[in-house]
Design a protein around this ligand. Structure first.
Ligand code: ADP
Ligand code: MG
Length: 676
């Protein structure tokens, strides 16, 4: 039979139904899946070590042969240890294989092999446990190492991939238009696919990888752009120009230039035939909320409704209070709908919402539940979007007829990255802080100075200010809770006896958290001891110092968010980063923290050091998974791919041009992968 990329893998020589089941465990179903099962690393066989030079504790590739297989030892039920003597004709060592009779049987005495794995044992006798085994003749220098699973050996996967590539051979079509490849200096896809598996040298491997990374970014970038286009069907919520002067007059402060600009950009958007779809990016404290409120007012003047969704109850109720302050004097009715609202209240609220008696509804996830219905929803705002998935955002949108969407994000990220991740959104940026703000002074100290740091905090309290003390809940369980509680107790009995302290942690009921926050906000509590639940968005102007324990546990962006809890008024503020056992790496990070107050810069550093997975947490939800590209490492390729994507999109937005046909199917594939 004729084998194509789409063929089931079981038809490949040497696979069959049984092994096909094993491949399924790796999500490999078709020949194409197999070819796109890229190696997770390579072993350079030209740099094998001898047994003598293989260091205990290091991962090594050692060439030699099996001198003798020893009888298996059954340790206990279900646990058998297989051992063999391995020699390179100068020294020998022991190969230890746990339980895998399959692997053990595949070794035969005298056959030349390379073992790859961690060396253990001692100077007298070295051991290598559960190594990866390579059977080679005089073969290529670079050997691919695959993720495998029970029933599949490296050798087997390697030869099956080789077989697949040779069967498919010259039938790998080129999905990317030639002129782009030429401009970007990219190799052909056929070259890339062969050389990512079997590169003769490092250079070929890099060349192949560059091409495959480029394809992924190009596909993702272009796909996101098309998604944005698709979401822009006509809206029945085209709004009319109207004056929001009263709103400005009611404010107790002057808006910054970038706040005004962002408001105008959004208001412009909402007067178009297509719905607004915009990201409002601003550093912590840059004043995103007031922008949102201005827009809600604009919508109110158009006699329509706004919904704002926040990630936590604390934030929802904070927004509720802020919105009331800004909007109620102007006659706007604001409602709060969260999980902790009683069933009866909820019912009343729902009735008022559907009747259009409430103009702005603020809430948590509760907002997009089935039961909530709007009378005329024209604007959906989500705060701190990285906590929500694209799906949640759109399920709230479904409650209106193609409403306008504003996403507020407090994680400043480089523009190229934002374009990729939020490719379906336009972007407004708040890049200046309100007037009169002072830079928060930041110190990194070791545990030795903890007492002095607490003394400093007391000094601020004695001036009438308030403080946050952040202790990470290391384990999110009873044990973790106990340690947080005893930490807070300890503080209130010793360092802060005579002061009023409150404790805020993630295991509290939403209502309790709210109460605690309110007591802190009202000034009744002087110190809020908290786990990171306080991280996002909480706004208490009188708090001027934040002390962060175990600061080495946090990423820069997260520390920046935490630091953003202070310095929100005109008073000088301080951030003290405490760490007990700083490594060099950690010292470096904390120093960057102390010297930098620009969130964009910090996020770039973060991205470099920790990678995007960590950075966005669950943000990746709703984004297709990338196989080989890494948004933090391959920034240069990402930029180029984004530029090319834009060029293509502008000349052929639906990808109808025959030369873009290949790209269209790549996009379809990538975005289909997202849904499983
Ligand atoms: P974030 O962007 O971090 O969400 P907020 O919207 O919570 O920031 O605003 C931070 C604080 O700054 C709030 O107390 C808000 O009232 C205040 N604020 C916002 N804009 C201005 C401004 N233009 N001038 C002075 N204070 C402002
Ligand atoms: Mg905020």
């Amino acid at each position: 039979m004729d084998i194509t990329l789409a063929s089931d893998i079981k038809y490949l020589k040497g696979v069959g139904p049984k092994r096909a089941e094993c491949y399924k465990k790796l999500s490999i179903n078709t020949v194409k899946d197999l070819i796109y099962h890229f190696p997770r690393g390579y072993i350079d066989l030209t740099s094998c070590t001898s047994i003598k030079d293989a260091c205990v504790g290091e991962v090594c590739a050692v060439a030699g042969r099996i001198a003798k297989k020893l009888p298996p030892a059954r340790i206990r039920k279900g646990m058998t240890i297989f051992k063999a003597v391995f020699t390179d004709d100068e020294d020998d060592m022991t190969v230890v294989i746990y339980n895998s009779e399959y692997l053990f049987n595949s070794l035969s005495e005298g056959e030349p092999i390379i073992l790859y794995g961690k060396i253990s044992g001692n100077f007298i006798r070295k051991e290598i446990s559960s190594p990866t085994v390579f059977k080679i003749g005089a073969s290529k220098a670079m050997q691919p190492v695959y993720s495998v699973t029970e029933g599949l050996s490296q050798t087997l996967v390697r030869s099956t991939v080789q077989n697949a590539l040779s069967v498919i051979n010259d039938r790998i079509y080129e999905p990317v238009p030639k002129d782009i490849l030429k401009r970007q200096g990219m190799c052909s896809l056929a070259f890339a696919l062969y050389n990512i598996h079997f590169p003769p040298d490092n250079y070929s491997m890099q060349t192949a990888k560059r091409r495959l990374v480029f394809d992924e970014f190009l596909t993702l970038g272009l796909g996101m752009m098309m998604l944005r286009g698709r979401n822009r069907q006509k809206t029945s919520n085209k709004l009319y120009r109207c004056d929001i002067k009263e709103f400005y007059k009611n404010l107790s402060f002057e808006l910054t230039e970038c706040q005004k600009k962002s408001i105008n950009e959004c208001i412009d958007d909402m007067q178009q035939d297509r719905p607004m779809s915009r990201l409002l990016q601003g550093d912590v404290g840059s004043g995103k909320t007031v922008v949102a409120a201005a827009l809600a007012y604009f919508v109110y003047k158009n006699k329509k409704q706004t919904a704002l969704m926040a990630p936590t109850e604390i934030l929802a109720s904070q927004h509720y209070n802020t919105f009331k302050e800004f909007l109620e004097p102007l006659g706007v009715k604001v409602g709060l709908l969260t999980g902790s609202v009683s069933a009866k209240e909820k019912k009343d609220l729902n009735q008022q919402i559907i009747a259009g008696e409430i103009d702005v509804v603020i809430g948590t996830q509760a907002l997009y539940q089935q039961s909530v219905e709007f009378c005329d929803l024209a604007l959906v705002i989500t705060d701190e979007q990285h906590r929500f998935g694209v799906e949640q955002r759109s399920s709230l949108s479904k409650k209106g007829e193609n409403p306008h969407v504003l996403v507020m994000s407090a994680t400043p990220i480089p523009r190229t990255l934002a374009l990729m991740i939020y490719g379906d959104l336009d972007i407004s940026v708040l890049n200046e802080l309100p007037k009169g703000r002072q830079r928060t002074e930041t110190y990194a100290v070791t545990g030795k100075l903890r007492k002095r740091a607490f003394g400093f905090v007391r000094g601020e309290l004695d001036k009438g200010r308030q403080a946050y003390i952040v202790c990470p809940m290391i384990e999110d369980n009873e044990q973790g809770l106990k340690s947080v509680k005893s930490y807070a107790n300890e503080l209130s009995q010793n360092e802060f006896s005579g002061y009023s302290l409150g404790l805020l942690h993630g295991k509290m009921k939403p209502k309790e958290k709210d109460m605690m926050m309110l007591r802190f906000k009202s000034g009744e509590l002087q110190v809020l001891v908290s786990t990171t639940v306080v991280e996002v968005g909480v706004d208490v102007k009188n708090a001027t110092v934040i002390l962060i324990e175990n600061s080495e546990r946090f990423g820069l962006s997260q520390l920046h968010q935490l630091r953003g809890r202070v310095g929100r008024g005109s008073e000088k503020s301080y951030c003290i980063l405490v760490t007990d056992s700083p490594t060099e790496e950690c010292k470096k990070r904390l120093k960057i923290m102390a010297n930098t107050s620009d969130g964009f810069e910090l996020s770039r550093e973060d991205l470099k050091m920790r990678g995007p997975g960590d950075f966005f947490g669950s943000a990746q939800h709703g984004l297709p998974k990338l196989k080989i590209a890494d948004m933090s490492e391959d920034i240069e390729i990402l930029k180029n791919a984004q530029e090319e994507a834009k060029r293509i999109y502008e000349s052929d937005p639906e990808l109808l041009n025959p030369e873009n046909k290949g790209l269209r199917s790549l996009i379809k594939e990538l975005f289909e992968r997202r849904s499983d």
